[in-house]
Design a binder for this molecule. Sequence first.
Ligand SMILES: [Zn+2]
Ligand SMILES: [Zn+2]
Length: 343
Amino acid sequence: MVIRRLPIFFVLDVSESMVGDSHARLEEGLGRVVMHLRTDPYALETAFLSVIVFAGKAKTLQPLTELVDFNAPALPVGGGTALGAALDHLMNELDASVVRSSADRKGDWRPIVFLMTDGHPTDDAAPAIRRWQERWRGRAHLVAISVGDAADARLLAGFADDVLILEDVGEAGFAGCIKWITQSISANSRPMEGGSGEFRPTELGAALTKFDVGKGPPPGSRIDDRFAVFTGRCQRSRAPYLLKFEQIASGPTAGRFEPAGGYTLAESFFELSDASAPAATLSDRDLTDYPPCPNCGSLYSLSKCSCGQVHCTDGPGVYTCPWCAVTSTYETTESLSFDRGRG
Ligand SMILES: [Zn+2]
Ligand SMILES: [Zn+2]
């Protein structure tokens, strides 16, 4: 007997805004999905998993792999939220790997896609969404999950079969979301009478709510502007880092940005970033303070070279820029402006 596969695709946003707890919880959660599914004989028999990540670009971390051989990959981080590129990449993978039914062969079950994102797209997703509507709507079941409340749920509702909001991005919320994903895959792995291939919904737990287009925020409103991120390099180790700032909502410093964390990055950050993406600028007068260099602890983590790039220094003096290798004298100034990463 030929086993009909149930292809499961995870399409995960690994943009800068996910850096920190959300990123770690997602990575850990993916491992938990796999661990639980391995105890389910039906899932073991039919489920095949693939992991695609996207930031400024999209990349397959794991091609469609049988559950028993699947290892949850470590998730990289990149700059940007290229939803259109992610959808295109997903469709290329679906086209290449999903077996369609023919006269003498039963193909794969209807694929299930779990797309998780936490921000507004930084590319034009419209052509990819059209392609999805024409080619895959009705042939795959796509669940879009907004991590936090900053994703464009209205846009997601334009192509996803379900749009779910994960409001609590703390540990309990993520655990609930992961549990629901696991249960959904389990439920859809059961033998299907007649084999219509319709997605079988599983009751949502407390962590997820269904997005209601009627009750959502008005089109065009966005709140992911409340974060600003800067990518720098450590002048000592050359290793890249990311400084994250959050806009202050109220009080005498409202509108300015305060440090929300500093993180070391892998070089793979640049592979997943789109260097051509537009960036807004922000002056250092908009910042209340900055976190130290996450690599060496230097307090001057936002020194700017004439090449436009950010790196750390030990204060005023002569340094070699780890980006462009030019050596020059650095002074303190009150009015630097920076390209503000979009995330
Ligand atoms: Zn440093
Ligand atoms: Zn430079």
